[in-house]
Design a protein around this ligand. Structure first.
Ligand code: NI
Length: 402
């Protein structure tokens, strides 16, 4: 057996043990729950059916303290063993994406154009699995299972916070499926794990006129063109090369006729950063450049910045608890790291801004499985990850409240 084969065999043995830690009836219930959710995906803020399915699954598991939060979300409370011990939250998001499924699975989406292509069906089901594990072997502290709507639109976490469901919570844990890692592998690193996701819209206003007489106009198209090039210098010239950041223009609009210089021209795009200082710099520089370019071309610029999710930054203490839980459950070699910083967004970031916590990536790939990534029509994660993540989240709660 090669060294690599030995590592794989050891990992598989750990995964088998973790899966076997769930009684057969619980395993069957969790798989059935995940497939029911998968077959009936619902978009952000439309998760009424998902909410009802999850409420029924929690009751069936013996978790009776279940409350509605954030419209289509739920919080389920599992008592701890020691009065006064820290309260811990475990979060699973529940919404789906506007994608048409092409997996051909027997439990594939029954809803045209909607699919659980980001694995939130897995996240919801493994949160319930964590609840089952905690009923059998409770944490010292009370655990709140947060089944959160509307992650894909970056709005659900804010509503959960507004609901008060996280008041008094000491630490929060959550995880995302990741097809780039094997079942049994976990990323639980301190520091940035996902980027902020702000958007901008800029209108350059000038003076329109006949295309044959530019001298009588203030041409916003040329100003916009200059801005599109100038904006490329923000990341290349203003940002520390050692820090990740993105400014991308995704939409450009101007004019209605080839021989008419329009009154205005618009563009919009996205700004990504992994630390607050980069986020602030990119927003400031974008605004400064828009006004400077407008000035140069005799135009006026209106800049609208819309705040999205902040950067997701795992706290050192949150990551230490998660790593300790992963090591104990899956062995030292289970812990791995992202090769490069993820510039996608994740609204779990709103939670770790306010309390200790760790958002993990949980491997869902296995030898011979499709390597289709999330947000694709063929995404098909291995279901053993349900039990790995369920057991891991439960162990995080025990570790952090001990
Ligand atoms: Ni997702």
């Amino acid at each position: 057996m090669s060294a690599q084969d030995a590592v794989t065999a050891a990992r598989e043995a750990r995964v088998r043990a973790v899966v076997a830690g769930f009684p057969e009836a619980e395993r069957a219930a969790i798989i059935a729950l995940r497939r029911t959710l998968h077959a009936a995906p619902e978009l952000s803020w439309q998760e009424q059916g998902t909410q009802a399915t999850l409420r029924a699954a929690l009751h069936a598991a013996g978790i009776d303290d279940v409350r509605e939060i954030a419209g289509t979300g739920l919080v389920a409370t599992i008592p701890g063993t020691r009065p006064g011990a820290p309260v811990i939250a475990l979060r699973g998001d529940i919404d789906a994406l506007p994608i048409s499924e092409e997996t051909g699975l027997p439990f594939a989406s029954q809803r045209a154009g909607v699919m659980h292509a980001c694995g939130h069906d897995m996240h919801a089901a493994w949160a319930v699995a964590a609840g089952m594990a905690l009923l059998r072997a409770p944490a010292a502290g009370t655990v709140r299972l947060i089944l959160q709507p509307a992650e894909e639109v970056g709005e659900g976490a804010t509503k959960v916070l507004e609901s008060g469901a996280l008041d008094g919570v000491h630490a929060i844990f959550g995880a995302h499926v990741d097809w780039r890692f094997c079942v049994g592998e976990v990323v639980a690193t301190a520091g940035p794990l996902a980027a902020s996701t702000d958007t901008f819209a800029i209108t350059f206003a000038g003076r329109g006129g006949h295309g044959a007489r530019p001298q009588d106009t203030r041409d916003p198209v040329v100003g916009l063109g200059a801005f599109l090039m100038a904006v490329q210098t923000i990341v290349s010239r203003r940002l520390d090369p050692a820090l990740p950041g993105v400014v991308s223009v995704g939409m450009v609009q101007a004019g209605h006729a080839p021989n008419v210089i329009p009154e205005s021209a618009r563009c919009s795009g996205t700004i990504r950063a992994t630390v607050p200082a980069t986020r602030a710099l990119l927003c400031e520089e974008l605004t400064r450049l828009a006004h400077a370019v407008a000035d140069t071309h005799g135009l006026s610029a209106t800049v609208t910045l819309s705040e999205g999710t902040p950067p997701l930054v795992n706290t050192p203490q949150g990551a230490a608890w998660a790593q300790s839980a992963a090591r104990g459950l899956l062995g030292e070699r289970a812990l791995t790291s992202l090769a490069t910083t993820n510039m996608g967004g994740e609204d779990f970031a709103f939670y770790t801004e306010r309390m200790d916590g760790c958002f993990m990536r949980v491997g869902t790939w296995r030898e011979g499985r499709s390597a289709a990534g999330v947000h694709t029509p063929r995404f098909d994660p291995d279901e053993d990850a349900l039990f790995v993540a369920g057991a891991l989240l439960a162990e995080c709660a025990r570790t952090a409240s001990a």
